[in-house]
Design a protein around this ligand. Structure first.
Ligand SMILES: Nc1ncnc2c1ncn2[C@@H]1O[C@H](COP(=O)(O)OP(=O)(O)OP(=O)(O)O)[C@@H](O)[C@H]1O
Ligand SMILES: [Mg+2]
Length: 399
């Protein structure tokens, strides 16, 4: 296509120059000029086309450009020489013309060579930058200091490196998360499974009396319950994180839901002599939520609060309108959380405190599940400041 356009342009130029010379001088001069332009121009176009086809074998861009210019100028010089012979110009004028043409050719070739150095340096900068990226470096900023197309190429390459580094960091974090999760799950499965194996071996050995056997069987069912709870929580969390959950979103009347949840937890609270109460203003706007899962959030938070509050302490659940939605809070008068625990308590399998403060029997999935549910509702969950005890607060959009 480009070749056809070149040849067309050449033909138009030859006809125009031929007409001009024909009108101004003589038809003979016009014909000669047109013939010269067609023959010489045709040779130049053919030479450039040949160089283009051989481009794949060339090693240097500067050499390609210099050869192209050299070929065009050289062929033009030959053409002019032939014309000079036809026109019977004097040897002096012919030599002058040849020297001038030689100079023009040399200057043209030099200009192309000199001007190509800047773009070539820029290309080398992009090449070296990309090689460094290929060798594993990610702190590479490729810049040419110009504003041309090569600068755009360098910018695009730098953006690509930044995005690559971000994706790799995300992938590494996800990979580490998966490894930690597998380690935590296997640890949490191994301990009760080992106990189950030892207890069942003891029962099978016939060395234990009936009372001890009953005790061992009770211990075994406790381990089985905690294992099932762990597997269920893990399954729930992985479905929440994968977005693989059917939500039944509806208008939820918060005073009813909170009262119901608090009543359901009362037995557990009484067993620890912890008082539990709800303060939700009657007629508070309903929230748009999945009631079962919202109740799950409250269960987890109230269970944590009861676990971490000593006897005679209290747990309070409240809900209040806030901005475009509603905020719910579970506050207790327990031991509270250290700064480190606050930062990590929502991570799966994180169990804060040590020794006495550690949740007995917990797997560290409760708050992670709460966060996943609240965020799926478009809300947020956080630890609110509190001089004593713990206040966990979360927001929900209005219905
Ligand atoms: N109300 C609270 N008071 C003090 N510490 C708390 C409270 N709630 C949570 N924590 C700390 O945060 C950690 C994580 O809580 P999370 O509910 O995720 O796990 P868990 O209660 O240990 O186990 P699970 O909920 O799976 O039974 C707890 O181990 C505990 O150290
Ligand atoms: Mg918990």
């Amino acid at each position: 296509m480009r070749l056809l356009a070149g040849l067309g342009g050449l033909l138009i130029a030859a006809v125009a120059a031929g007409l001009l010379f024909g009108l101004v001088y003589s038809p003979h001069d016009g014909l000669l000029m047109a013939a010269y332009l067609v023959v010489c121009g045709g040779c130049v176009v053919a030479a450039v086309e040949l160089l283009k086809r051989r481009r794949r074998h060339a090693r240097s861009l500067a050499r390609q450009l210099a050869t192209g210019v050299g070929a065009s100028v050289g062929l033009t010089m030959v053409g002019v020489g032939v014309i000079a012979l036809f026109m019977f110009i004097s040897p002096h004028d012919g030599l002058t013309m040849a020297v001038l043409l030689l100079l023009a050719g040399a200057l043209g070739t030099y200009s192309v060579w000199a001007l190509s150095q800047g773009p070539l340096d820029d290309l080398h900068a992009v090449r070296d930058g990309l090689r460094a990226v290929g060798d594993g470096r990610r702190d590479v900023a490729i810049s040419t200091g110009a504003r041309d197309e090569l600068a755009e190429l360098a910018d695009a390459a730098t953006r690509m490196v930044v995005q690559l580094a971000e994706r790799e960091a995300e992938r590494d974090a996800a990979e580490k998360g998966r490894r930690d999760l597998v380690a935590a799950v296997s640890h949490d499965l191994r301990t009760p499974l080992t106990s189950l194996r030892l207890l069942s071996e003891a029962i099978e050995s016939d060395l234990v009396d009936a009372a001890t056997r009953r005790d061992y069987l009770e211990q075994m069912s406790g381990h089985i319950r905690s294992l099932s709870a762990l597997i269920e929580d893990l399954f729930e969390l992985s479905r929440l994180e994968a977005g693989d959950i059917q939500w039944s979103m509806q208008q939820v009347s918060l005073d009813e839901l909170v009262a119901e949840t608090v009543e359901a937890m009362r037995a557990q609270a009484d067993a620890k002599r912890v008082s539990v109460a709800a303060t939700v203003p009657a007629g508070i706007d309903p929230a748009r939520a999945d009631p079962e899962r919202l109740q799950r959030v409250l269960f987890n938070l109230i269970q944590n609060a009861i676990r971490h509050t000593p006897a005679d302490g209290s747990v309070t659940v409240l809900a209040e309108p806030c901005g475009k939605g509603v905020e719910l809070e579970v506050a207790d008068t327990g031991e509270g959380l250290s700064e480190e625990d606050r930062g990590r308590a929502f991570d799966p399998f994180y169990r804060g405190g040590n020794g006495k403060a550690r949740s007995p029997g917990g797997s560290g999935l409760g708050l992670a599940i709460c966060r996943a549910i609240v965020e799926a509702h478009g809300g947020e969950i956080w630890f609110a400041d509190s001089p004593t005890g713990t206040r966990v607060r979360f927001s929900l959009p209005n219905a």
